[in-house]
Write a protein that binds this ligand. Structure first.
Ligand SMILES: *[C@@H]1O[C@H](CO)[C@@H](O)[C@H](O)[C@H]1NC(C)=O
Ligand SMILES: *[C@@H]1O[C@H](CO)[C@@H](O)[C@H](O)[C@H]1NC(C)=O
Ligand SMILES: *[C@@H]1O[C@H](CO)[C@@H](O)[C@H](O)[C@H]1NC(C)=O
Ligand SMILES: CC(=O)N[C@H]1CO[C@H](CO)[C@@H](O)[C@@H]1O
Length: 485
C-alpha cells in the first residue's frame, strides 16, 4: 500500500451536505479526503471551512483513490441521476476488488438496485445510503439509512454510527438491507414526512378557519401538544412558525402564498404503493393535497362560484375541540406509519430484502425530519413482535386508536360539516374503518365485474373456486380474459 494512502474515506461533492458530512466525520476522528469536480472548490474548502482540521483534498479522482486506505471507501454526495453513474464510471479504473462506493444522494431506489448489481458483478461493493436531517443533521448528526452490499457494512459501521444522530443513546444508523433497501427506506421516510406535514396543516386550518383562532393562540396549542404524545420536530417547528412575526408584527406565515412545492420523493412513495397494491392512502392524499394547492388561480375562481355549507360556524366547545383535534392527529399519525410499514413489508417481499423494522424506527427516531417520541413506541412494538402484521395489532397502538377514535370521528365530521378540507385526517379514518371491517362491499364489485366482463368471483364458503354467472340470460360465451376492470 502506498504511503500516500492516509484517508479513511473519500467524499465527492462539496455542496453543503457534502461539506457538513466531511466536517462531522473529521470531528469524530476520521481522516477524510475531499474532492469536487470544480477543483478550485476543494482548495477553497481546505483553506476555509476545513482549515485547521485533518481533512485532505484531491485534485483528481485518481489522486482521491490513491489517498484512500483499503478497502477504499468513496462516498458520493452529488445530484441524483446521471451524475452518480458518471462518477462511478470515473472511479472504476482506480478501484480494486472489495473497494466500496457509497451513494449518499437522494437516488431513486431502482437505480440503487441496479448499481449494487452492476458493481458487485465487477467485484466491488455498493451502498445506497439515505441521509436525512438537512444541513444541520449532516453537520451534527444525521439519520443514515445504508443498504446494498452487506459485505461493506463492517467497514462503514464505525464511521457511520459515529457521525449519526443518537436516540436513547443508540445511533440512528444501522444496516437496512440488500440492494436498494437504504434508498427505499429513505423514500418512505420522506413520504411519511409528507403525511405528517399535511396532517399538521389540516389541524392548523381547522383551528384558524374553523375556530377562528389567531396564530399566537394556535402556537400555544402546538406548544402544548409538543409536551404530550405528539412531541416531534415538526410539531415543534410549527409552534415556532406560528409565533414568528414579520417586521410589521404580523405572523409571517399568514403572508406566504399557499402553493406547495415538491421534489418527488412523496410521489415516488405513492407510485410504489400503487405498484405494490398497498393502500398507503394518507401519503397519497398528502401528495394530492400539494397538487391541489398548486392550482391556486383555479381555486381562487372556484372559491367565488362553488357553494359550500352556508352560514356554518363551529358552535361547539373550543377547548373540547382542541383536545379532539390532538386525538385526531395522533390517530391519523398511527395510521400513516402503519401504512408506511405495510409498504415496507411488501417491498421486502417484492425485492427479497430482510428489513429490520424496529431498527428502521430507531433510525428515524433522531436526526431526521420525522423524528419524534412516537417512533420509540413503534420500535417497541417491533421489538416485542418483529413479525407483527400491522402496527395496529400492537396492543399499545390498538389501545391508542381506541382511545382516540371518538375525538377523531368528531373532528372528521366537523371538517366535513364546516366544509374545511382535511384529506389526511379523513382518509386515515376511512382506512381504519375499512381495515377493521370484515365484510366490505367488494362482493358487489365482484358481481359487477362478472356481470359486464365475466371476470368470475369466489363464494364466501368456497374460496379458490372461480364461478361465472349468466346474469342477464343473454349473450354468448364470454371469456374472462378479454378485458379488465
Ligand atoms: C407576535 O405578534 C403578536 C400580536 O400580533 C403578539 O401577541 C406576539 O407576542 C408576537 N410574538 C412574538 C414572538 O413577538
Ligand atoms: C345465458 O342464458 C341464456 C338464456 O338462458 C342463454 O341463451 C345463453 O347462452 C347463456 N349464456 C351463457 C354464457 O351461458
Ligand atoms: C358455451 O360454453 C359451453 C360450456 O363451455 C359450451 O357447452 C357451449 O357450446 C358454448 N356455446 C357457444 C355458443 O359457444
Ligand atoms: C460533482 C461535484 O463535485 N460538484 C459540486 C462541486 O461543488 C459545488 C459547490 O461549490 C457543487 O454545487 C457541485 O455540485
Amino acid at each position: 500500500m502506498s504511503s500516500e494512502a492516509v484517508a479513511d474515506i473519500g467524499l465527492i461533492g462539496l455542496a453543503v451536505m457534502g461539506q457538513n458530512l466531511i466536517l462531522n466525520m473529521n470531528d469524530h476522528g476520521f481522516k477524510v479526503c475531499a474532492f469536487n469536480r470544480t477543483v478550485a472548490k476543494v482548495d477553497h474548502f481546505l483553506a476555509n471551512e476545513a482549515k485547521g482540521t485533518e481533512i485532505v483534498g484531491a485534485h483528481s479522482v485518481e489522486e482521491l483513490c490513491r489517498k484512500l486506505k483499503r478497502p477504499r471507501k468513496v462516498m458520493l454526495l452529488v445530484k441524483a441521476g446521471s451524475a452518480v453513474d458518471a462518477f462511478i464510471e470515473q472511479l472504476l479504473p482506480h478501484l480494486e476488488k472489495g473497494d466500496i462506493i457509497i451513494d449518499g444522494g437522494n437516488s431513486h431506489f431502482p437505480d440503487s438496485i441496479r448499481r449494487t448489481k452492476e458493481l458487485e458483478a465487477k467485484g466491488l461493493l455498493f451502498v445506497g445510503c439515505g441521509v436525512s436531517g438537512g444541513e444541520e443533521g449532516a453537520r451534527y448528526g444525521p439519520s443514515l439509512m445504508p443498504g446494498g452490499s452487506e459485505a461493506a457494512w463492517p467497514h462503514l459501521k464505525p464511521i457511520f454510527q459515529a457521525i449519526a444522530a443518537k436516540a436513547d443513546g443508540q445511533p440512528c444508523c444501522d444496516w437496512v438491507g440488500e440492494t436498494g433497501a437504504g434508498h427505499y427506506v429513505k423514500m418512505v421516510h420522506n413520504g411519511i414526512e409528507y403525511g405528517d406535514m399535511q396532517m399538521i396543516c389540516e389541524a392548523y386550518q381547522l383551528l384558524r378557519d374553523g375556530l377562528g383562532l389567531s396564530h399566537a393562540q394556535i402556537g400555544d396549542i402546538f406548544d402544548a401538544w409538543n409536551k404530550e404524545e405528539l412531541n416531534s420536530f415538526l410539531i415543534e417547528i410549527t409552534r415556532d412558525i406560528m409565533r414568528f412575526n414579520d417586521t410589521d408584527g404580523k405572523p409571517l406565515v399568514e403572508k406566504i402564498r399557499d402553493t406547495a412545492g415538491q421534489k418527488g420523493t412523496g410521489k415516488w412513495t405513492a407510485i410504489s404503493s400503487l405498484d405494490m397494491g398497498v393502500p398507503v392512502t394518507l401519503i397519497g392524499e398528502a401528495v394530492y393535497a400539494r397538487c391541489l394547492s398548486s392550482i391556486k388561480d383555479e381555486r381562487t375562481r372556484a372559491s367565488k362560484v362553488l357553494a359550500g355549507p352556508v352560514g356554518k360556524k363551529f358552535e361547539g366547545n373550543h377547548k373540547q375541540f382542541v383536545t379532539y383535534l390532538g386525538q385526531a392527529l395522533y390517530a391519523a399519525k398511527i395510521i400513516s406509519y402503519a401504512q408506511g410499514f405495510m409498504l415496507l413489508r411488501e417491498a421486502a417481499k417484492e425485492f427479497n430484502w430482510h428489513l429490520n423494522y424496529g431498527g428502521i424506527a430507531l433510525m428515524w427516531k433522531g436526526g431526521c425530519i420525522i423524528r419524534s417520541a412516537f417512533l420509540g413506541d413503534i420500535k417497541n412494538a417491533y421489538v416485542s413482535n418483529p413479525n407483527i402484521e400491522s402496527l395496529m395489532f400492537d396492543p399499545f397502538f390498538q389501545k391508542a386508536l381506541a382511545n382516540a377514535q371518538d375525538g377523531w370521528r368528531y373532528v372528521a365530521s366537523q371538517s366535513v360539516l364546516l366544509g374545511i378540507p382535511a384529506p389526511a385526517i379523513t382518509t386515515a379514518l376511512s382506512f381504519y374503518d375499512g381495515y377493521r371491517t370484515e365484510h366490505l362491499p367488494a362482493n358487489l364489485l365482484q358481481a359487477q365485474r362478472d356481470y359486464f366482463g365475466a371476470h368470475t368471483y369466489e363464494l364466501l364458503d368456497q374460496p379458490g373456486k372461480y364461478i361465472h354467472t349468466n346474469w342477464t340470460g343473454r349473450g354468448g360465451n364470454v371469456s374472462s380474459s378479454t378485458y379488465d376492470a
